[in-house]
Design a protein around this ligand. Structure first.
Ligand SMILES: NC(=O)c1ccc[n+]([C@@H]2O[C@H](COP(=O)([O-])OP(=O)(O)OC[C@H]3O[C@@H](n4cnc5c(N)ncnc54)[C@H](O)[C@@H]3O)[C@@H](O)[C@H]2O)c1
Length: 269
């Protein structure tokens, strides 16, 4: 895709699911990717698979716990010293623990916020300087892509903590797009909002409907999603990764503070 070749990206939560597909897709388009995750063992294997499957790809793996400032500083220090530039930051790492609001612990509520919102906020603050410097050098803009959810736009059953956190991430995105833009920083900030995608997180969400008696089995939840989706199927990881590649590229050079809903029309109905 348009001019992605000379760019460098960090992807968080890249050991599996959507993050892994984003790392793979960016690498396919020629981006040098630093794939990160708290699950180092799985990440190492996933990155090996990408590099074996696409011999021309340049993906390295690095441990990162997005909630830990020191972990971010170590990662950005590595990028700064060993790679030099950083053009794309994809804040994808996230958790979803679907459960009824009244039986949820406050610790679970805070956990969703800590990982889904603070994780991205710490990442952006730590990466700001090197991204801005890289953008000025290339006479363009760095791109920050926050992976929110349709549940950062509309409410979802059994997902109060997740919705609250993803809604916060949506507005963190807009607030930073405004502040960075007006402040003269060379950074665009956008959010992507997947609908149900078939990953471990997505499957966990569907199981919660069965566990709480809201649906007889996972197949029933799946067919309910399919029937309510104008394009007739659940999302796939590559549906999301393509949009992230577009936002990382200069094809989207005049887009900041925008929400990209990628749900086959689920929330349009
Ligand atoms: N799958 C869906 O249906 C769906 C829908 C909407 C939004 N999303 C969002 O997309 C993103 C990716 O979801 P997924 O479905 O691929 O999930 P997933 O559970 O398959 O993968 C999430 C990855 O994040 C990592 N992670 C968790 N906590 C971390 C931390 N503190 N530091 C670093 N890494 C950490 C995990 O180890 C895992 O590899 C999440 O932000 C999720 O909220 C997913």
């Amino acid at each position: 895709m348009h001019d992605l070749k000379n760019k460098t990206a960090i992807v968080t939560g890249a050991a599996r699911g959507i993050g892994l597909e984003i790392a793979r897709t960016l690498a396919e388009y020629g981006v040098s990717v630093v794939a990160t995750d708290v699950d180092e063992e799985k990440l190492t294997k996933s990155v090996q698979d990408i590099n074996t499957g696409q011999p021309s790809s340049s993906v390295v793996s690095r441990h990162l716990d997005v909630t830990c400032e020191e972990s971010w500083q170590k990662l950005i220090g590595f990028v700064d010293q060993e790679i030099g530039d950083l053009n794309i930051l994809v804040n994808n790492a996230g958790i979803m623990k679907s459960q009824p609001f009244m039986s949820m612990s406050i610790e679970d509520f805070r956990n969703a916020y800590t990982i889904n919102v603070e994780g991205a906020a710490i990442g952006i603050r730590t990466a700001f300087e090197v991204m801005n410097r890289s953008a000025e050098k290339s006479n363009g803009y760095g791109s920050i892509v926050n992976i929110s959810s349709i549940y950062g736009v509309v409410g979802g059953n059994l997902n109060a903590a997740y919705c609250a956190s993803k809604g916060a991430l949506t507005l963190l995105t807009k607030a930073l797009a405004v502040e960075f833009g007006h402040g003269g920083a060379k950074l665009r900030v956008n959010s992507v909002h997947p609908g149900g995608v078939d990953t471990e997180l997505g499957r966990g969400g569907m199981s919660a409907f069965v566990e709480t008696g809201a649906a007889p089995n996972v197949e029933a939840v799946e067919s309910m999603i399919e029937m309510s989706t104008p394009l007739g199927r659940m999302g796939r990881t590559d549906d999301i990764a393509g949009v992230v590649a577009f936002l990382g590229s200069d094809l989207s050079k005049f887009i900041t503070g925008a929400e990209f809903v990628v749900d086959g029309g689920f929330t349009a109905a």
